[in-house]
Design a protein around this ligand. Sequence first.
Ligand code: NAD
Length: 349
Amino acid sequence: MRDFIYSAAPARILFGTGTVGRLGEELDRLGVRRALMLSTRGQQGTALAIAEKIGARCAGLFPGAAMHTPVDVTASAMEKLEETGADGLVAIGGGSAIGLSKAIALRTDLPQIVIPTTYAGSEMTPILGETQDGVKNTRSSPAILPEVVLYDVDLTLGLPAAISGVSGLNAIAHAVEALYARDRNPVTDLMAEQGVRALARSLPHIVAEPDAHDARYDALYGAWLCGTCLGSVGMALHHKICHTLGGSFGLPHAQTHAVMLPHALAYNSPAVPDAMATLGRAFASDDPAQALFDLGRNIDAPAALRDLGMARGRLKILAHRQEVDVGRAHVVHHLMHLQPLFAQAEHHA
Ligand code: NAD
């Protein structure tokens, strides 16, 4: 037994099927008259369909959200916000759309309703990672945390199998690292175990049958639990490595997590026996790192950074960059340490 602190993120969660139909009521609750809607280009159609449901309450749509929240995209969205005079934000999509919403909220303190369509979990965190000139900087503030999250299982039915699998592994990464976080606590431990279990059993089902409603429900529920872990406790080596790789080389977020997670966990495993025991129960395996690696193969996730277009030599460039600050250098040191494992992943691919 040990003492602990648990801080709950003060967000309102609506979870289920057809929940997006309640967007108007939720805007009323927040006192928002006209909201700027945000999405990626790919999710523009879904965003427009939702905009139609709220009619004149939609002040406009900015469909330019991009991975890793580039600051120039945020600047363009801020111009659109000014043009429309919107007094609230609605983001529809994955971490890219939600990241843009958070970036605008940080600059304006406008209230946010977010409607996640992937399993990335950004909706549950007061964290924003923004990218400028190839460097991703992360900050945390209560203004960043969305006020309301509408989880609608129906919106995830169209998430392609390939994105669903890696997005689910991205969610599992939050739970894995929550289990050995410095500020871990019994509440996040429970959520992490349950979240991993829900995703580990539902992802293979979803990849085989993407519109399986029950499995989609299970996965979104697991993603919410894992996202709550991410928003409650600190992340460690694995997340730092993925942010460094993603921000520096523009690697796709979820795929990078999918590749790195089994190796980061294998590397940490001797130091974190309690986390390994919990993950052993969640995966029903006495080797959770191997179980994660096998889950990745089972759902056709990429197995090596090479599969994401990353050349081995670029790791050295990153490690030797003169401008890296002490924290990043530390991360890169670990990254170099993991090189033999990249080779292993390439071998398995
Ligand atoms: P994403 O939002 O870029 O979505 C991936 C792709 O899937 C996009 O092309 C999108 O248009 C498409 N898509 C999304 N939902 C879909 C659906 N239901 N059907 C069909 N296509 C769909 O990617 P992501 O992995 O969700 O988020 C990654 C971003 O989020 C990164 O920038 C990452 O840093 C950030 N993130 C931040 C946090 C945080 O707490 N700050 C947490 C997790 C992720």
